[in-house]
Design a protein around this ligand. Structure first.
Ligand SMILES: [Fe+2]
Ligand SMILES: [Fe+2]
Length: 160
């Protein structure tokens, strides 16, 4: 018998898609920067995309470890055209806030079903989301202090 309920299994499969889509969104943002030779920002967003893949695999591994069923869904085409850097940074921030709301939802489902084994990993994601929101918000603040996009890009390199 599986150690994951059907309901949580279903929700985790949705979250796998959400994390992969996050990665896809950041890859599209990374390409936008790379096309404009804002290479440090391109690298920063590429790294975020890689992290999202790791997040997706955490949910996949939990499903597999508990004897559930992994189902990969179709990914939405990410937005690829933006007017400026701020638009991208704000979209990334809004997206992270959305993902945080998704983690809260998963936590509520696990709690309602008394699936306490799911808590440690979800706690990890709660912490991770605080960091993800914070670093994206910090980037927005930082950007607002720069008048030149290339100066900003250069600063990202020194931050790494
Ligand atoms: Fe994530
Ligand atoms: Fe994220």
């Amino acid at each position: 018998m599986a150690n994951i309920s059907e309901k949580l299994n279903e929700e985790y499969n949705i979250q796998v898609k959400e994390e992969l889509e996050s990665g896809y969104i950041y890859l599209a943002m990374s390409a936008w920067f790379a096309e404009r030779t804002l290479n440090n920002l391109a690298a920063w967003f590429h790294k975020q995309a890689e992290e999202e893949f790791v997040h997706a695999m955490k949910f996949v591994n939990y499903i597999l470890d508990t004897g559930g069923k992994v189902e990969y869904a179709e990914l939405k085409k990410p937005k690829g055209d933006f007017n400026n850097i701020l638009e991208i940074l704000e979209a990334a921030y809004e997206h992270e806030k959305y993902i945080t709301s998704r983690i809260h939802h998963l936590y509520e489902v696990a709690n309602e079903l008394k699936e306490y084994s799911a808590f440690p990993m979800l706690h990890w994601f709660l912490d991770e989301q605080i960091e993800e929101e914070e670093q994206t918000a910090a980037l927005i603040d930082l950007y607002k202090g720069y008048v030149n996009d290339f100066n900003f890009d250069h600063h990202i390199k020194r931050e790494e």
